[in-house]
Design a binder for this molecule. Structure first.
Ligand code: PRP
Length: 208
């Protein structure tokens, strides 16, 4: 069963409150998403393999470290883009791939409409990101695609997860750890997370 990390931190709770508040304007909403993205990246990269390197400090030779794998951040379009700035401000040399999946509003089934992954995905340390894990359909679909594309080392990063989505990913992809800032109560009849924050993509892009 996949490992689930809920990042329980006072600063995360504060920014989550801004994100959940329906009166939040676009600018503070984006800033909060960026800050939490950075904090989630800190946790999602905590097993990044390193190799030793030799450097010279101004005082003497010293041992240093550098990533042994490339990091590839893959947002699920559109809403996944909202976490990318925060993640790459923590890991500025990460590559960014894209997977376009939307959830059909009537069937709630995922539909794939775009993908573009960098070369070397097979050896990379991949972070699939989407702020909302609702039914888990989109994330599971995107994970199937990444695995078919050769990715082997993948973590899923979300802001808010529903218990139903966590369970779905644990069933479909038990090898993929989940890093999230909150596990909410449930899904409603429209498969929206309760209490959640509404439609993350619309709120981040100002398309409400
Ligand atoms: C939302 C969200 C996830 C998906 C979650 O995207 O950003 O991708 O739904 O739902 P699921 O876990 O039930 O699949 P949406 O389809 O609204 O597209 P958008 O990102 O373009 O707004």
């Amino acid at each position: 069963m996949s490992e689930v990390t809920v990042v329980d931190h006072p600063v995360v709770k504060r920014y989550l409150t801004i994100l959940r508040d329906k009166t939040a304007e676009t600018a503070p909403f984006r800033r909060a998403m960026g800050t939490i993205g950075t904090i989630l990246a800190y946790h999602a990269l905590d097993h990044l393999p390193l190799e030793e390197t030799q450097i010279e400090t101004p005082i003497q030779p010293a041992k240093g470290y550098q990533p042994a794998s490339e990091v590839v951040v893959i947002p699920i379009l559109r809403a996944g883009l909202s976490l990318v700035d925060g993640i790459i401000s923590f890991m500025p040399d990460a590559k960014v791939g894209h997977v376009g999946v939307y959830r059909d509003e009537e069937t709630h089934e995922p539909v794939n409409y775009y993908h573009n992954l960098p070369n070397g995905i097979e050896e990379a340390y991949c972070l699939l990101v989407d702020p909302m894990l609702a039914t888990g359909g989109s994330a599971s679909h995107a994970l199937n695609f990444l695995k078919e594309s050769g990715a082997k080392n993948i973590r899923f990063v979300s802001l808010i997860s529903a218990p139903e989505g966590v369970e779905r990913l644990q069933d479909d992809h038990p090898d993929v750890p989940i890093i999230t800032a909150a596990i909410d109560e449930k899904l409603n009849e429209q498969a929206f997370i309760v209490p959640g924050l509404g439609d993350a993509g619309d709120r981040y892009f100002g398309t409400l």
